[in-house]
Design a protein around this ligand. Structure first.
Ligand code: AMP
Ligand code: ZN
Length: 480
């Protein structure tokens, strides 16, 4: 099976060929465990799971590593600001270690509920401090670092290709820098090791050859991927937000330390957006967790299905209306295929011989499915094929069931499992009055062309799980 991937390195589609035949080293940047993952983060992990399953479906063994960032890094990419873990600890009156453990476990629970395949390793940054120190020492010995009053920095002037990966014009950036440079020589230089401030005992700090402190954010991925996969990765994944700084810095550190290409294919996932602010982030306030969806009557697999409806390189817009429509499609699909899967299960347990060869028609569908996966992991196309196959009466029920059961190895929808029906939608009389009041307020705002107010009221309705449908004939509301 031929797989073509879009490689951020060079910005083009390329046929995937691993370094060692049959084995893929795949590293994915994981969560910073100072808060719950939001469904935007989870979209990235679901897409990475589709990629991993595609590779396994094609027969590769995937050495998949996802790190847990449990060291307190600073809230700004320019190595300034508050420590994220300490902020989380202060918010909740717990220690940083308790915070890390709590949110790591919450993340593992989301992982399981979304039916994501377990990586081969879940390294925690705090478990790889000595490897990070070693990386900085190598860079220091090779002359890529300098020391300031607050830490050891990577000197990006020493790595001529620094801006190539993200297509950054460094001269413009460096000349026009308005950011606070501190003692840094260039705005693109970044911390490899930060010193604990004089007289302050940080909640997380370690001894190092340069004094007590903590590693810079980017060091962990270079150190852990090298320890667990090797100096050259086949595939490195993350969200598109990481291209410019985090991954650019990982490349600089790893390639200068090891003198080898760091990752051969870079696969970047596009963002989940919201309708209003356009960005789902931990700081924008539009912070939806998987649990919020579950509390509103969605199954985690409804969210997985929703992710499968958009290609990983395209934006996906979340709204309650979109996810509710996607849940309807998902449930209808499961209802349609349930008899096909049982027909296939019946054949399989009855006479094993029936499980041998695929018919010519089945082979044709199989080929189309593999082609869709091979085209830059086109999951929406693969899902569309599964939908069409379910309705294809030229194939017997068990023939269709057999293919669908097999394709679920990639779709990961756990299709054989019966999902509980979504809870019935009930609207109490007092709730109805509230909704009608807001609905009228929105109509009034629209009539007055006060779009900001209309959007605000619509968001308030969404809080009550109410979506507003506007058609040329007028508007109506629906509770989901
Ligand atoms: P973080 O915990 O912020 O490091 O993010 C974990 C992963 O989620 C990274 O790969 C990010 O690039 C990705 N990510 C962050 N926000 C979004 C979003 N709104 N949609 C999709 N992926 C995201
Ligand atoms: Zn990383």
């Amino acid at each position: 099976m031929k797989i073509t991937l879009h490689n951020t390195l060079g910005r083009k589609l390329q046929e995937f060929k691993p370094l060692k035949p049959g084995v893929v080293g795949m590293y994915c940047c994981g969560p910073t465990v100072y808060h719950y993952a939001h469904i935007g983060n989870l979209r990235t992990y679901v897409n990475e799971d589709f990629l991993r399953r595609t590779l396994e479906y094609a027969g590769y063994e995937v050495n998949h590593v996802v790190n847990i960032t449990d060291v307190g890094h600073l809230t700004s990419d320019s190595d300034q600001g508050d420590d994220k873990m300490e902020k989380g600890a202060a918010r909740e009156g717990r220690t940083v270690w308790e915070i890390a453990e709590h949110y790591t476990q919450a993340f593992f629970q989301d992982w399981k509920r979304l039916n994501l395949v377990q990586p081969k390793a879940w390294p925690r940054a705090t478990g790889y401090i000595s490897q990070q120190i070693e990386l900085v020492q190598i860079l220091e010995t090779k002359g890529f670092t300098y020391r300031t009053a607050d830490g050891i920095y990577f000197d990006t002037e020493k790595f001529a290709r620094y801006g190539d990966f993200a297509g950054i014009k460094l001269d413009d950036l460096r000349a026009g820098a308005r950011v606070e440079l501190g003692d840094k020589k260039s705005p693109t230089d970044f911390a490899l090791w930060k010193f604990s401030p004089e007289g302050v005992q940080r909640a997380m700090e370690w001894e190092s050859p340069w004094g007590i402190g903590f590693p810079g954010w980017h060091a962990e991925c270079s150190a852990m991927s090298n320890s667990l996969i090797g100096p050259t990765l086949d595939i490195h994944c993350g969200g598109t937000d990481h291209i410019r700084i985090h991954h650019t810095n990982e490349i600089a550190q790893s390639e200068c330390a090891h003198g080898q290409p760091f990752a051969r294919y870079w696969v970047h996932n596009e963002f989940l957006k919201t309708e209003s602010s356009g960005k789902m982030s931990k700081s924008s306030g539009e912070f939806l967790t998987l649990q919020v969806l579950v509390d509103r009557g969605f199954d985690a697999l409804d969210y997985r299905y929703f992710c499968a409806t958009a290609h990983y390189r395209k934006f996906l817009t979340f709204s309650w209306e979109n996810i509710a429509a996607s849940r309807d499609a998902h449930r209808a699909f499961r209802r349609r295929i349930a008899p096909l899967l049982s027909a296939w299960a019946g054949v399989r347990s009855g006479e094993l011989d029936a499980a041998s060869d695929l018919s010519a028609a089945q082979k044709d569908w199989q080929k189309r499915f593999e082609e869709a996966l091979g085209q830059d992991v086109n999951i929406p196309k693969a899902l569309g094929l599964a939908q069409s196959l379910a309705r294809e009466e030229a194939l017997s029920e068990s023939e269709r069931g057999r293919l669908l059961a097999d394709w679920d190895r990639v779709l990961g929808l756990d299709l054989g499992r019966e999902l509980p029906d979504p809870p019935p939608v009930e609207v109490s009389e007092s709730e109805r009055l509230d909704i009608e009041r807001l609905f009228a307020a929105r109509a009034a705002a629209r009539a007055a062309k006060d779009w900001a107010e209309a959007d605000r009221v619509r968001a308030e309705l969404a809080e009550l799980s109410v979506v507003v449908v506007d058609t040329p004939e007028g508007s109506s509301w629906k509770k989901i």
